[in-house]
Structures are given as structure tokens and as C-alpha cells.
Design a protein around this ligand. Structure first.
Ligand code: 5GP
Length: 206
């Protein structure tokens, strides 16, 4: 039987807005595959290899770029980050939806891939909240916090390229809203769905 390809959900937003918590909460409530990115950044004290990221050297990252190993990649705050292509393809081909927590340039590359992709931007209720969150999580130096805050305003210019926005006032509420977007998207009459229906004929299963 013809199987529908999975859909890609991209979550972006400024550093400290709560994307990580949001993604973790959604994964508890909906069947999705979380893509684990590669990065050349050093692990933080609370991060584990292959759970947070695959941590590799800059040289190895560049080698992987040359080999075409990434569906998308970007340089952020002086480090490289990328989504492994083979892993993404494996899950989409199985019909599994995949969630990517990536920044805006990478999101643009995913959009261009022609996959069924839904881009969601998470906004803070205000900039003070970002500063408080970045300071209280204790994983970044003061310099890194200042850098991330000054990027936050710049990043807002990419909002227009997204399909949805969420304002993270309250994590439970934001999680509910994200789940609602996902549920609605799973019933959208997209080109991908029409192709699927066409090929699957009467034997389709959703
Ligand atoms: P952090 O260093 O705080 O873990 O991540 C820095 C930024 O890189 C965040 O905005 C995060 O969403 C983004 N990021 C993480 N993984 C990827 C990836 O695979 N590709 C791209 N383009 N951005 C990523």
C-alpha cells in the first residue's frame, strides 16, 4: 500500500524563548520523531551526546557538508549546526512526522526542499523574559547571553517566512496551541496529500 510521507514541523525562535521545553512537552503528547542535529559547539554541562546533539569538530562538520550529509545547515554564533539528511529521509519515508528545532536560515532551506513543511515561530511575551531565562538557566556566559539577546531583535525579521507564530506566555498553553496547529495541519488538503490520495486510490490509510 502507498504510504503518505511524513510532515516536517520546524520550530524556531530566539534563544531562551523555551523551544526546548516546548518540544519536549509536545513529544510526550504526540507521535513525532525529534531530529538530533550535528553541531561543532562544545557540549554544555547538562548536555549528552546523541540526546541533545551529535557533537563533532568543525573539521568533521565541514567534511560532512562536502559529503552532502545535511538537509540544511547554518553557522550560528560562530559554530555550525545541521540536520542530518539520511535520518530525516528515513523517518519521512516511513510516514513519520519529524520535528526540527532549528534557526531561521535553516528553516528557509527546509522550506525550499519541497517537503510538506510547517514553519512555526515562537515569540517571547517580551525581551525581559529572554534575559531572565538565559541568565537563570546558567548555561551561557554573560558575553554569550548579550550576543543572543542582540540577535533576538534581528531574528524577528524572518517571522514573515513562517506559517504560524506562538507567544510563549505560559508553557502549558503554548504546548496546547502547538498541538492544535499540528492536529489542524494533519487535515490540511496539501499538494502532498493530493499526490498521496491519487497514488493510494481507494486503499489509503491516514
Ligand atoms: P544552542 O547553541 O542554543 O543549542 O542553539 C543555537 C541555535 O541553533 C538555536 O537557535 C537552535 O535552534 C539552532 N539550531 C540547533 N540545531 C540546528 C540545526 O540543525 N540547524 C540549524 N540551522 N540551526 C540549529
Amino acid at each position: 500500500m502507498f504510504k503518505r510521507r511524513g510532515r516536517v514541523f520546524v520550530i524556531s525562535g530566539p534563544s531562551g524563548v523555551g523551544k526546548g521545553t516546548l518540544v519536549r512537552d509536545v513529544l510526550k503528547q504526540r507521535s513525532l520523531h525529534l531530529s538530533i542535529s550535528y553541531t561543532s559547539r562544545e557540549p554544555r554541562f547538562n548536555e549528552e551526546e546523541a540526546k541533545s546533539y551529535h557533537f563533532i569538530s568543525k573539521d568533521n562538520f565541514k567534511k560532512m557538508i562536502d559529503e552532502g550529509a545535511f538537509a540544511e545547515w547554518a553557522e550560528v554564533y560562530g559554530n555550525y549546526y545541521g540536520t542530518p539528511q539520511r535520518e530525516l529521509e528515513k523517518h519521512l519515508a516511513r510516514g513519520e512526522d519529524v520535528i526540527l528545532e532549528i534557526e531561521m536560515l535553516g528553516a528557509g532551506q527546509i522550506r525550499k526542499m519541497g517537503e510538506d513543511a510547517v514553519l512555526i515561530f515562537v515569540l517571547p511575551p517580551n525581551l525581559n523574559m529572554l534575559e531572565e531565562r538565559l541568565s537563570s538557566r546558567g548555561t551561557e556566559s554573560e558575553e554569550a547571553i548579550a550576543q543572543r539577546l542582540s540577535c533576538a531583535m534581528d531574528e524577528l525579521k524572518y517571522l514573515k517566512d513562517y506559517d504560524y507564530y506562538l507567544v510563549n506566555n505560559d508553557i502549558e498553553n503554548t504546548t496546547r496551541q502547538l498541538l492544535a496547529i499540528m492536529e489542524a495541519e494533519s487535515h490540511s488538503v496539501s499538494d502532498a496529500f493530493l499526490t498521496y490520495l491519487d497514488k493510494a486510490g481507494r486503499g489509503f490509510s491516514l
